[in-house]
Design a protein around this ligand. Sequence first.
Ligand SMILES: [Zn+2]
Length: 132
Amino acid sequence: MAQIQFKSEQVRREYADHRVPPLLRRIVGFVAAVVPEPYDVLITDVWRSREETRRIYGRYKHSPHHHWRAVDLVLVGPDGGRAGDDVYTHVKARVGDAFSGLRPLWWPFPICIYHDVGRGKHLHLQVWRGAK
Ligand SMILES: [Zn+2]
């Protein structure tokens, strides 16, 4: 099973915060369980301020990171290299299969997105308000 690492002590503390829904940690644990060898999970972002979102996108944009309901992670090999697109696509499909059915009808968003918003490709995991 892949290790879960953190980009910084601050990110480690944020991930442990009680405002992070337990379901989100369960999904991260699932990712660690299905990531193929030799990759580990590196959590890069949890909470984000509105100002930081403005810096990233160049404008204000709603984000579940503002509400502790999203985690960004990358998959890193032992040499620090990132996994290829195929590995991310595989993990994203597994997350979708395992968790999409839990979404409430009023929250029609994907739980796992693979994208690059300017700081490199990563998996963005998100859950709905009130997720337990
Ligand atoms: Zn994100």
